[in-house]
Design a binder for this molecule. Sequence first.
Ligand SMILES: *Cc1c(COP(=O)(O)O)cnc(C)c1O
Length: 810
Amino acid sequence: MQKETYTKEKLKKIIEEKLSGYYGLTMQNAETKHLFKAVALLTRDILSEKRRDFRIKTKKDQAKQVYYFCMEFLIGKQLRNNLCNLGIENEIAKVMNESGFSLDDLYEIEPDPGLGNGGLGRLAACFMDSLATMQYPAVGYSLRYEFGLFKQKLVDGWQVEFPDNWLQDGEVFMIPRTDYTVNVKFGGYIEENWEDGNMTFEYKDYQTIEAVPYDYILSGYHTDGASVLRLWRAKSPTSIDVTAFSQGDYLKAIEETARAEAISKVLYPADNHYEGKALRLKQQYFLVSASLQNILARHRQTYPSFDNLHEKTAIHINDTHPTFAIPELMRLLMDEYGYDWEAAWHITTNTMAYTNHTILSEALETWPEQLVQTNMPRIYSIICEINKRLCADLWEKYPGDWEKIQKMSIIAFNQVRMANLCIAGGYSINGVAKLHSEILREIVFKDFHEYSPEKFTNVTNGIAHRRWLIQANPLLTEVLDECIGTDYRTNARELEKFKKFAGDSAVLKRLEKIKQHNKIELANYAGKKLGMTLNPDSVFNSQVKRMHEYKRQLLNVLRIISVYNEILENPTADILPQTYIFAAKAAPSYTMAKNILKLIYCLGEDIRKNPRCKDKLSVVFMEDYSVSLAEKIIPASEVSQQISQAGKEASGTGNMKLMMNGALTIGTMDGANIEIADAVGKANIFIFGLTAKEVDNLWASKYDPDDYYIRNEKLIKVIISLNNGFNGESFQYITQSLLSAHYVADPYMCIADFADYDRAHTLLEKTYLNKAKWNEMSLMNIASAGIFAADRSIKEYADNIWHINPVYLD
Ligand SMILES: *Cc1c(COP(=O)(O)O)cnc(C)c1O
């Protein structure tokens, strides 16, 4: 097929056509918002063509496909990514400039689709980028939430949530595919009938909800690959005929419509926390049922039956949220297509793979049996049968070991355990960093690992370096291009070559200048958009991620308070000027997280108002953390705070983004920090604190924070300061939670890790004073970050789990 080439002239002509066609405008009288829409529509058209060609070749090759199921895709803004991946950014920029517009202004006005909470959703988005670039045939499935993650504002230091009505201007990149609408059924009951000695099931009195797909097309970077992200919208099939309804029925009909459409109304805003609401359950089933119907329809376009489904399809269950895909595929194969249990089980268990994302007990998904039975009666009966057969097998293998069988069963104590269903109903389970996968094997799923060790594996997370390095940090990209060529853009391991420049003082100086430039950009943005003053001549020390106790923003705050105390005690003390940057959303119902947020705000205000701290110490909280804000903060950061309690952060990906942008990490031996330390070398990272094993041991020996606190003068003062308060507010409730008066004192061991954290931070500050040394360490971080590209993760998934191959156009 002849591929289109898009010259500047051609692009300009199409933009003019879009402007005229949609708005009756020309370049002369259009505004930035019109130009944004015109350029967005232009890229959408190019993406569609590209996807069509890639899909045709995929079908022709009968290539195996991967389908990635996830309740969240935090894709970020699309325009720049599309232009960059399509290789038309420079031409479009020229067209804009010649007409008196700036492409950056177009980028600014695009809303950021907040269809995810944090790391999990962002990972899924990064993976889509790599799948497309490496030309693997892939479709991502999720929900088209009408309201994404809430917008965060601080009022007097308290988080206030505002609805994110992103669709108003954000719909432009999505293509509605009403032709692929399917029905999803809820409620009702199952009637069992015997027919010729076979049991058949009739589903009665159910409620139907339409699932309408909307597609984002995601282009590979300078390759022929293009993936689809298909988002389902819930729609009531009842069209309301006003005259045919008495008034009461009319209102009821509207109510029913609203209830049906509520399913895709809003993203649940809790990160790493289980939300046992009926509506959430319905969202989960809605996603998997619609997606599987779509997958089966696609399969039948090429193959005569589903006998080979598992040879041509891998379905990935990202975290346990889409676990009902397992019983739903069983249901479709048996009830709709006449497969018997064994055949359906063979296909299903060879199709489904699962990634675990957390071992936090509060995040463990278990659904009340009753809720599942009421909303999805047939799914419930299939889960019961899966469980019965699993337990029978376990009984044979471990006769009499009731305790083990109870722990491994899918249903127990009236709860459906989603992770156990995933392991039993799939062929693969992986963690997201070496330590995390080890904890899964040795502790969390020890029994399952013993029972089916071949299913267990690890794939360490990665990030889309094209977004987080090439697009977010253009100046650094320029240096890299000059020093090592451009191959690292599609082969991030090439970044290693940058190590050769570790002794090149000109390159190191340039890195320093780029960081300074990025800091000034962030300071300008903060000044203009948030009305806050950032001093670019201080160290930018960032902890940007969801607000969660296990991530220990509080530990960071405790040490800042102790620095503050030092300045107050000794105003002439020689202190390295630093700006501590925080950005974090708290789940709306997470009280402690909101309290810590308030503390950060009040501490920041107290310091800001104290003239002694001027140009020495500053704490800023930047509102509304999102992909867009992350893209501004990360390239400007010099210190990366990755200080979770060891054993709690499954991997982290913010740590990778910051490293790749030249920030030095201060962190615990947790998640991917361990692999970051391996990659960059212990000399180029600041590691501190208890290890995961030491944390376990300390719990076992009855951890008492008082043992540490009474022996540490700095900590004693910090506790006094917290009680006295900041900005007129006492934080005694926080000190109470930290000390032994409390029921479980200091559950994340901030007190136990304080001294070593303080030691590591002091070393970090001392190191910073030798700027040449610091720049060299920064370079080593950039050059060692290639292994954390999502391309590497995806290659591992493709080769070791999905067994899929790239598709190349002729
Ligand atoms: C990368 C990213 C995260 C994950 O950050 P962690 O530090 O790994 O928790 C969360 N939110 C956004 C917007 C991100 O870009």
